[in-house]
Design a protein. Structure first.
Length: 153
């Protein structure tokens, strides 16, 4: 590490400690040439997950959008906040376990659909009606029939 005061390369670490909930390291250094001390921070460099929207625009992944969609679908339903948080955590884990740094929004929507169906059938139908953009009553009824059939098995 180059000294910020004399620009020499002969510096050494005299103290290290984790900061920001162990997400980075603070290093106290001393320059062997000029004797001055300085602090550096080391942090993991991460590339954000990119979501490819239906219109092919790209935006950075935003957990709050998944959370908001599930909250709207579960409004006034017997689904606890901890169940919703756990569901969002599971979806997020599945997203970040992928090797790619881009994911289509349709894949995220399908992940949400699978998990929300296990939470509450009414919430599933609510979410599906918005996500699948039903064009008419017949396609909506077909989805309802699927839910009713899976509930009777």
């Amino acid at each position: 590490m180059k000294c910020p005061y004399c620009s020499k390369d002969d510096t050494r670490v005299i103290d290290s400690r984790p900061v920001e909930e162990n997400n980075s390291i603070r290093r106290r250094r001393i320059c062997d040439s000029c004797g001055r001390r300085f602090t550096t921070y080391e942090k993991i460099e991460t590339i954000p997950m990119i979501v490819i929207k239906k219109d092919n625009n790209r935006e950075t992944y935003d957990r709050s959008k998944i959370e908001a969609g599930i909250l709207r679908a579960c409004h006034k339903r017997p689904v606890s906040a901890s169940q919703i948080k756990k569901t969002v955590d599971e979806i997020e884990a599945e997203i970040f376990e992928r090797e790619e740094k881009e994911i289509p929004s349709t894949e995220i929507g399908e992940m949400v659909m699978r998990r929300i169906n296990a939470l509450d059938p009414v919430a599933y139908v609510r979410f599906a009606s918005v996500y699948r953009e039903f064009k008419d009553v017949e396609t909506f009824m077909e989805e309802l029939k699927k839910v009713l059939e899976s509930g009777t098995n």
